[in-house]
Write a protein that binds this ligand. Structure first.
Ligand code: SF4
Length: 178
């Protein structure tokens, strides 16, 4: 897996101050995409153990609330397998920090469903390590710059633990962000 960039003090992609990893490669090709150079799976630099350690070190500060995964598409099947051991290590070292993941795939229909387009043998375990998923392709005609943490109004901000427990998608309440 390659990655395009890492932001070490990101306040735009999730609650609080976050370390944000932008992976390379996305097959959705949404019209009006904000990050089209990262559609190429070879864009950027290899996601090596040294890069992982840099992120883990950056997370090891009290003012950092957690890690956000963006792209590109973090949930492309090949990326899921690359991210799983890394996210396990993030959760092992920092159980109280949150992990957000932005994906164009729908959590219920395309990821968790065994017949879903991006379901793999790693999906359920990977999703189980996430706290929040912002899902859905970017839809230019639903773009709204007033929206917090998402680009278009079709996208959902999902409470992952609550959804897994309920067996259906549960959205984060707006009050969760205050
Ligand atoms: S899913 Fe995200 S990165 Fe991929 S094309 Fe759509 S907006 Fe761009």
């Amino acid at each position: 897996m390659n990655y395009a960039t890492i932001k070490y003090n990101d306040i735009a992609n999730g609650t609080g101050v976050r370390v944000s990893l932008f992976v390379s490669g996305c097959t959705h090709h949404c019209k009006g995409c904000f990050n089209a150079e990262a559609w190429d799976f070879d864009y950027g630099e290899p996601f090596t153990r040294a890069v992982e350690e840099n992120i883990l070190a950056a997370l090891d500060h009290g003012y950092v609330d957690g890690l956000s995964l963006l792209g590109g598409e973090p949930m492309e099947p090949a990326h899921q397998r690359a991210l799983l051991p890394f996210l396990k290590e993030v959760k092992r070292r920092f159980p109280d920090k949150t992990i957000w993941c932005y994906t164009g795939y729908l959590l219920d229909a395309e990821l968790l469903d065994e017949n879903g387009r991006a379901h793999t043998d790693a999906t359920r375990e990977l999703v189980g390590l996430l706290d929040v998923v912002v899902d859905g392709r970017f839809e230019e005609d639903k773009k709204d710059i007033r929206l917090r943490f998402r680009g278009s109004s079709n996208q959902r901000i999902i409470d992952v633990p609550a959804s897994l427990q309920a067996g259906e998608v549960k959205l984060k309440e707006w009050g969760d962000y205050q």
